[in-house]
Design a protein around this ligand. Sequence first.
Ligand code: UD1
Length: 427
Amino acid sequence: MDRIIIRGGQRLAGSIAISGAKNAALTLLPCALLTDEPLTLRNLPRLADVDSFGHLLNELGISTLVAGARGHDFGRVLTMRAESLSSTVAPYDIVRKMRASILVLGPMLARAGQATVSLPGGCAIGNRPIDLHLKALEALGAEIELTAGYVKATAPKGGLVGGTIVFPMVSVGATENALMAAVLAKGETVIENAAREPEITDLARCLVAMGAKIEGIGTERLLIQGRDRLHGATYSVMPDRIEAGSYACAAAITGGDILLEGADAEDMSAILIGLRDAGCAVTVEDKGIRVRADGPLQPLTLSTAPFPGFPTDMQAQFMSMLALADGASVLTETIFENRYMHVPELARMGADIQVRGRTAVVRGVDHLIGAEVMATDLRASMSLVIAGLAARGETQVHRVYHLDRGYERLEVKLQGVGADIERESDG
Ligand code: UD1
């Protein structure tokens, strides 16, 4: 198994090209199920999760053709075509590796009238149910059956029918599944309390490019006029705001100066406010966002929330950065109940963090010390890399496969701004 070795203490400076967003890619890929014409995605990040999703689509009978995967360039172009579906079953073996597989449920049901998907099960960042996904599809006329670890959804004879979906709480994935199903349902669908994450806006724009009619894009109320069919399109995946935010934290913790090339400030406002409040200079330039840290970092009080609030996917990286701040920070995690698995590992590197329930108090220390560490999820692993970049001595981050799920060529990008970082394989 690979590990990442970091010798900390280098000030990071230069530019990092931001890749296409993982979470946008994972909801744009299943859009291929909605049409028999080709859907081409540009700026698709090269990530393990994207590959797994491609395999799942192949399993369902969708052809995938990759272009632009040569050399050291980032991103690639993928053309998918679902002329017909050869299967409507997303098997356990693939779904267990990637929770986002549940996002084939809505579009497959809308296209084929039925869909069977293995239940994703528990996840390292807490118990993540799919009840909201299922209720949304029921509101469009689907019948749901749970048997032997699978969820089987069946549409009425004439196909899904438009309806009113009122989400009791904000869910990114459930909003995506509902939207992808509603674009092919008969008549009008209203989605109330929709998630407003930029990745959902990206999904809606791609669907519109495929012929869907959607009003209220970017708001909590989406109005969809169902279409009989959608057509093919070519669409570019939005820049990854979480990847950009993670490298911003790397700049901050090393007293560095990094241009996040291609990052979109509008999608990142809560993250940028956090960086500024921590004492970084953040400027929006023609080519992207520049983050500089000169003086000591200031402590913060932060609470995660649905967009436009501070993203839960940035909590761990900010915690690492604040481990070296000049005072005590208070972080509250409101989205997932078990998202502090990085805390014991950061403590092993010398961080002073106390967790009580959903709140973590981070008292800034003078320095961190390199150690062997591992984490159980993607963003937690990144927080350990960030800590390692600033720590004295050598840090080894194990279980690199978590990082490969969501950071395109992490070590290459960080080497490019002066980090002493490499990947080692145990053979
Ligand atoms: C997506 C992102 C993930 C991010 C999260 C919150 C992808 C692939 N993943 O995950 O990186 O951390 O949004 O921004 O885009 N919930 C229910 N019932 C449901 C669905 C969700 O109770 O049917 C709860 C969850 O347990 C959680 C909250 O709703 O407490 C938000 O989860 P949700 O927005 O659905 O997250 P994901 O779509 O899984």
